[in-house]
Structure formats: structure tokens, C-alpha cells
Design a protein around this ligand. Structure first.
Ligand code: ADP
Ligand code: ZN
Length: 725
């Protein structure tokens, strides 16, 4: 306890590189308390980190305003933030921002009242008012904050206030946050098969032991991994501890919530950007107070203030979306392991196609490995075959080979569903001018604009720039000379419609749906039989279950193998196996056909052979020889600046001053253009640092970077364990 007026040290969310000293507020405070403190003229959020160290002049010390009425940060969370910051070389304030994402913490004033549909109709309908009413509808009658409403409707607060005065929108007092309905782990689960039971018992035992441990739970899609880890959740809840399940795709949560409800009698708490602020505030608080036993969420849920976290499940642990390439660069899988090790929890990494990292950690005995050997029930894994595109006759602007066409026809005639997979959104990846030869590019990025014909626009997939599709070439002005090059799902749909005029087509691509909810609804319709031919991007490769689907045609199996990325093989392997896993889930055997110009490529051969362990071993051996992750350590340093020469110059200075890295035997490569060389007008240059498996990489990086001061308009970000190298 720090009595009022004593010196405390406070971590704030401001981008400063040190803690700030204050006087403890009226009534005193404790370590971990969330505070409002002054900074210049502003009021900012902070956490009492400990006793002030006295370096700051006592006379200038200001008093903290007040302790916020929220559960204090536990010591374990402080440790987690520090360790995570150390690992990722992230400044502490950025870490705190992740942990203080509860709306009640960041913007308290707007939380007092909530809005919902009132009984009156507007005296006069305007566009803006109609949008407010639509938005309220979209929230399903749930009370929302003013900010949520104005954001969703795209109107100013005064439009909403006007409607409140007329009684069209009603105000209510924000309810106290209430605990979530209790989950009952003693309800009976499904009767498990032999290896499901063995796996579930292993996990339950580990959880009862109450110590840290990580398990790789491997099994093909449909083998019952979810059933098994729900038993682990049951054991965790029965032990009185909290469970967290991370899912890579929020579109999947609805289905998952239903399963949890069927198993435990109530729905768990949810945490992702699709959840209302009110609900997020409740989740944050209840997680801290123990009123939420189970949370399912996106990766940021790892930073929730659990009171007693006993289990973290990372479903589809190999999924690249667990590591987003912006903001704080962390991999949720690795942070889950760190977090669990600090609170004596178990981690379950579930996947049909584990990351090489997890696979090798299991090989090395660091993780326990449990395998589910077959699909549950009568379904079998689809047979996989290649179509050698060198032997197929088709024009340059066609992508469905005669062989694939025949196979699809046969299935469609039997009333079965067919999926064509192409991981390219839009109509065509490139638009070329046949007069001047120019390929229309984004003015701000190193990227071609992608035609989205359904919207009649050209879009940059890097920065989101979107312009109406021009009639004339922007470069030379020639009229009607622009031509699409290459296929996207929209163009593939056009071809498919011509080949299969009778088939009901569905295109599944994230940009074609306004919200995760719409997408989810469409997927359910399709699964229920409301389409014959599905054309989809990687969206379909994640967990959706289409029971009547029996044929998967991979339009371009070589797509992921191009480029110099060393992880390309691993990714392609995972993706092909995942997509193929969509076929034949019910009683009907599935077939996956991979169109490839290189059917003898080792990765394609490995995919077809189905010998996964052989693939992992070969891949691991290759990485080991090069001392690449996971057999060596890597970090990327990305420098971005509007001025390419400046970024390059600074990169060269970094490379020349790499003494601290040499001391640990690390090598520095670059500077070279980053994988995406320009985004939003900023040039990006990257250095790669490669060190031995046990080298103290982070301290060396810190010592190295501390020697330099980047120029004002240059941004430097450190990416530990980069996804591509
Ligand atoms: P995975 O997570 O490996 O994809 P799931 O746990 O989702 O597999 O199982 C696939 C399907 O099989 C689900 O509909 C699930 O309910 C069902 N299932 C799996 N195991 C059993 C079991 N032992 N008894 C009944 N149904 C099961
Ligand atoms: Zn762009």
C-alpha cells in the first residue's frame, strides 16, 4: 500500500521509454491499480508499477488523480507484459495498451448511458436517420454505446441526439456488469473413441496436476480435436480454473459457441472485434473477477486479466493470422506458451497440419504430442491426385482443365457439391494496357491494383485504395485497351458458370461480405445445400464443414510455391491439406484434384503421398542444414520511410555497426527491399539477423539498436521470428 502522497512509479500507455513518477492519489493505492494521472494538460491511463525510484525531482512530482474502479493488474500479468515486451522488443507502453483494451478503461465517460431503439418513429426521415435505425437493427436490439452507434451508422453524435429527443432512440443506464451464466463441466460429453479418450485423459490429468505444460494435439480435420480439447476445458473448469480458447477466424465462433453450449449448458464469453464494447467491458471485468469461466477469442484475448487461467487452447495453431504483421508483432502461439508458463497452465496446440516450430518442439520433447489417427465416424480422408497441367489442353484465359471439368460434372450430376479453390480475391490480379503495356499499379504501394468486377473497382490489397475501374489507361489515355491478366475467384466464377450453366454458384471471398455475420450465414446456407459449386479463397480452408462436398479442385497448386520464401513449402503443404479436408466429411468419400505445372515438385509429391511425417522430416532437415528457424533464431528489422534513400542509408549504417550482434556470432543480411517494398507511400527496407539457437538474441539486438537514433520520419520495427525469410 502506498499512502497518499508517497512516490509511486507508473507505467502509462503513452509512447515514452520509461516509467513516470507520481504522488499516490487521495486514499492511497497499491501495486497493480489502474490510475488516471496527469500528463501535461491531459489525463491519461496508467498502472502502479511499484515504488518510485526517486530519480525524478520531488518538487515537480504531480499527484495521480484517482484509482479507477476496475480490478487491479495482477503481478502475473505485470510479469507477462515485461517478458512479452522483452521477447518481442516492444516498448512497455505498447504492451500495456494491449492489456488495457477494455472500453471502460480507455474511455470511461461514454459508458454511462447506452442506446437502443425507442418506440417512436422519426418526425422526418433523413438519410442519416435511416442509417441510425439500420445500425440499431444490425445490433439485434442490443443496447450500444454512442460511439458504437455513430461508428456503425457513419453519422455524427448530433444526429443520434436528435433522435433521442424524439424518443426514436431510447437511453438507458448502463447495467452493472454481470457474471456469465455458469458452465457445468459435469454434463456428459460425447462418448469418445479409443484414441480420443486416451488424448482427453492425458490432458485432463495434466490439468489436474496444476503445472505448466504444452501439448500438440494433432489430427486431421474431423478427427475430433475439438471434442478432445473440450474435455480438457471440462477438467479445467472442474478444477475451478478459467479456460481460454483462441480461434483464428471469428467467422467460426458462432458454430463453436453452439458446441460449447451443447457441452456445458451455457455460452462462454467472447472477445474479438466483432463484440460490442459493452460486452467487451463486461468480459474484461468478469475475466478479472472470475465471473467468466471460459473465453473464446481472437489472439488479443491473451492479454485479458484472467484471475486463474488453467488452460489455453490455440486452435489451428499453424494459422498465420495468429501473427499479424502490424502493431505489436507477436505470435499468439508463442505468447500463449509464455503466458501459461507464468501461471502454471496447460497449453493445447490443435492442428491437422502443425507449424514446423510446434512439430519440432514435440520431436525434441519440449511439447507432449497426442495424435488422433482417423476421422470420426465412417468418413475417410479424401484421395488426392495431381492434374498435370502440361498435358491439358486449354486456352490461356481458361483455368479449369478438361480433367477437372469432367470430374466436377460427374459429381454435380449426382447432386454432390464441388469446391474450386483459388487463393486470389477479385476478378484479375493484374490489369494491363494493351496500348502502352503498363500494368496499373497502386500509386502508394509496390503492388498491382486488383480488379474487383462485382464492385466495378480496382483495389490495392496492401493499402485498401479503391478506385472506379477506368475506361481509359491512366498512363497513356488509350480507350478500351485495358485487359485483365490472370484469374481471381470472380473470373473463375465466370468461367465456371459457362462450363456448368445449370449449377448454382456461390463465391466465398472475404471482400464480398459486409460482415462476419453475413459470411457465416451464407456458409450455413451453402452447407445446407443452397449451392452446387463453391468458388472460394482461403476463407473456405478453415474449418467449415460442407457435408455434401465430395470434390475439391485446387486451381493453382503451384501458387504458394513461387517466390523466395523459405516457409512457402510448409504453407502450401498446410493449405492444400486443409482445403482437401473440406471434402468427404460425411458418408461420401472425397477427392481432391490439384492442378499443377510441377507435379513432381517435392512439396506437391509430399502432399499427394499423404506421408506427412516424411514431409516434416525433410523440411526440418532442410532448415537444420541452413540453421533456419526453428533450428536457429531470426529477427527482421524493417525500416520504413517516405524516402527510400534515407531508409537504405540508415539500414547500411545499422549493418556497419553490428558489433553487438557479431559478439553473439549472429549474421546480418541486408538492407534489402522488404517482402512488401512499399506501402502507403512508405518505402520499406529490411535487415535480417540470424543467430544460433541458443544465442542471446534479444539483448544483442537491444545493444545494437541502442547505438542508433532513427531520423524523425523513419520508423523502425523489430520482428522476432518473422513469418517470411
Ligand atoms: P476436429 O476439431 O478435429 O475438426 P471435431 O471435434 O470438430 O473435429 O469433430 C468432427 C465432427 O465429428 C463433429 O461434428 C463432432 O461433433 C463429431 N465427433 C467427433 N468425435 C465424436 C464422438 N466421439 N462422438 C460423436 N461425435 C463426434
Ligand atoms: Zn496501395
Amino acid at each position: 500500500m502506498f499512502p497518499a502522497g508517497t512516490r509511486i512509479s507508473v507505467l502509462t500507455t503513452q509512447p515514452l521509454d520509461r516509467l513516470l513518477d507520481y504522488k499516490a492519489p487521495e486514499g492511497g493505492c497499491r501495486t497493480g491499480d489502474f490510475l488516471e494521472v496527469p500528463l501535461g494538460p491531459r489525463k491519461i491511463l496508467g498502472v502502479v508499477w511499484g515504488e518510485g525510484d526517486g530519480t525524478f525531482e520531488a518538487a515537480k512530482l504531480r499527484a495521480a488523480y484517482r484509482v479507477l474502479d476496475v480490478p487491479p493488474m495482477r503481478e502475473e500479468m505485470q510479469q507477462f507484459l515485461v517478458r512479452a515486451a522483452d521477447y518481442t522488443l516492444t516498448p512497455w507502453p505498447a504492451m500495456l495498451r494491449l492489456a488495457a483494451r477494455a472500453p471502460g478503461l480507455s474511455d470511461p465517460p461514454s459508458m454511462k448511458t447506452l442506446l437502443l431503439r425507442g418506440s417512436e418513429t422519426p418526425s422526418r426521415m433523413t438519410d442519416a436517420r435511416a442509417r441510425v435505425l439500420d445500425a440499431l437493427e444490425a445490433f439485434d436490439g442490443q443496447p450500444v454505446t454512442l460511439k458504437e452507434l455513430t461508428d456503425e451508422a457513419g453519422v455524427t453524435a448530433s444526429v443520434v441526439k436528435g433522435l433521442v429527443q424524439q424518443g426514436v432512440v431510447a437511453e438507458i443506464e448502463a447495467p452493472r456488469d454481470t457474471p456469465y451464466p455458469a458452465l457445468d463441466p459435469s454434463l456428459p460429453g460425447k462418448a469418445l473413441t479409443g484414441d480420443q479418450r486416451a488424448a482427453a485423459e492425458h490432458l485432463a490429468e495434466a490439468i489436474r496436476a496444476g503445472a505448466y505444460g504444452t501439448t500438440l494435439l494433432k489430427g486431421v480435420t474431423g478427427s475430433g480435436k475439438t471434442e478432445v480439447y473440450l474435455e480438457a476445458v471440462a477438467a479445467c473448469l472442474a478444477a475451478g480454473r478459467q479456460a481460454l480458447v483462441l480461434l483464428p477466424e471469428i467467422a467460426l465462433t458462432a458454430e463453436f459457441l453452439t458446441r460449447v453450449e451443447a457441452r456445458f449448458g451455457a455460452k462462454p464469453a467472447e472477445w474479438h472485434h466483432g463484440v460490442t464494447m459493452t460486452e467487451r467491458r463486461r468480459c474484461w471485468r468478469m475475466v478479472a473477477e472470475g465471473g467468466a469461466q471460459m473465453v473464446i477469442g481472437a489472439r488479443s484475448a491473451l492479454f485479458l486479466p484472467f484471475r486463474d487461467l488453467g488452460l489455453i487452447v490455440v486452435d489451428e495453431e499453424h494459422d498465420t493470422s495468429y501473427k499479424q504483421e502490424d502493431g505489436v508483432l507477436y505470435n499468439a502461439r508463442d505468447m500463449a506458451v509464455l503466458r501459461a508458463s507464468l501461471c502454471a497452465a496447460q497449453v493445447v496446440l490443435a492442428s491437422a497440419t502443425p507449424s514446423l516450430e510446434s512439430w519440432s518442439n514435440a520431436e525434441a520433447g519440449k511439447y507432449r504430442r497426442l495424435d488422433l489417427s482417423s476421422r470420426f465416424g465412417p468418413s475417410v480422408l479424401p484421395e488426392m491426385r495431381a492434374i498435370d497441367m502440361r498435358r491439358e489442353e486449354l486456352p490461356a484465359t481458361r483455368w479449369i482443365s478438361p480433367t477437372l471439368q469432367r470430374a466436377a460434372e460427374a459429381r454435380l450430376q449426382k447432386g454432390e457439391q464441388v469446391l474450386f479453390f483459388l487463393n486470389r480475391r477479385g476478378y484479375a490480379p493484374v490489369t494491363v494496357c494493351r496500348a502502352c503495356g503498363d500494368q496499373i499499379g497502386c500509386p502508394d504501394c509496390d503492388a498491382r491494383l486488383v480488379e474487383h468486377r462485382f464492385q466495378n473497382r480496382l483495389v490495392c490489397h496492401q493499402c485498401g485504395l479503391s478506385i472506379p475501374t477506368p475506361k481509359a489507361c491512366p498512363k497513356c489515355g488509350a480507350e478500351d485497351r485495358l485487359a485483365p491478366v490472370g484469374p481471381g475467384v470472380e473470373r473463375l466464377a465466370e468461367e465456371a458458370q459457362e462450363l456448368f450453366p445449370e449449377a448454382r454458384l456461390a463465391v466465398l471471398s472475404s471482400d464480398l461480405f459486409a460482415s462476419a455475420r453475413d459470411l457465416k450465414a451464407r456458409i450455413e446456407e451453402i452447407a445446407a445445400g443452397d449451392a452446387d459449386l463453391i468458388i472460394g479463397t482461403q476463407l473456405v480452408s478453415k474449418g467449415h464443414n460442407f457435408p455434401n462436398l465430395t470434390l475439391v479442385g485446387v486451381i493453382d497448386a503451384d501458387l504458394g510455391l513461387k517466390g523466395s520464401d523459405l516457409r512457402a513449402a510448409e504453407r502450401t503443404f498446410q493449405q492444400m491439406r486443409q482445403v482437401a479436408g473440406r471434402a468427404g466429411r460425411a458418408e461420401k468419400p472425397g477427392l481432391a484434384l490439384l492442378q499443377s505445372y510441377e507435379p513432381d515438385h517435392p512439396v506437391i509429391r509430399a502432399i499427394l503421398s499423404g506421408d506427412e511425417e516424411a514431409f516434416w522430416r525433410a523440411e526440418a532437415e532442410g532448415r537444420r542444414m541452413l540453421a533456419m528457424p526453428p533450428y536457429g533464431r531470426m529477427a527482421g528489422i524493417v525500416l520504413s520511410s517516405p524516402d527510400l534513400a534515407q531508409a537504405f542509408g540508415f539500414g547500411q549504417a545499422l549493418a556497419r555497426g553490428a558489433g553487438p550482434l557479431k559478439e553473439i556470432g549472429a549474421e546480418v543480411y541486408g538492407p534489402a527491399p522488404a517482402p512488401i517494398a512499399r506501402i502507403r507511400g512508405r518505402h520499406r527496407v529490411r535487415l535480417l539477423v540470424k543467430a544460433g539457437k541458443t544465442a542471446p538474441l534479444q539483448p544483442a539486438l537491444r545493444a545494437w539498436l541502442a547505438q542508433f537514433r532513427p531520423p524523425a520520419n523513419l520508423r523502425l520495427s523489430v520482428d522476432i521470428d518473422p513469418q517470411s525469410f
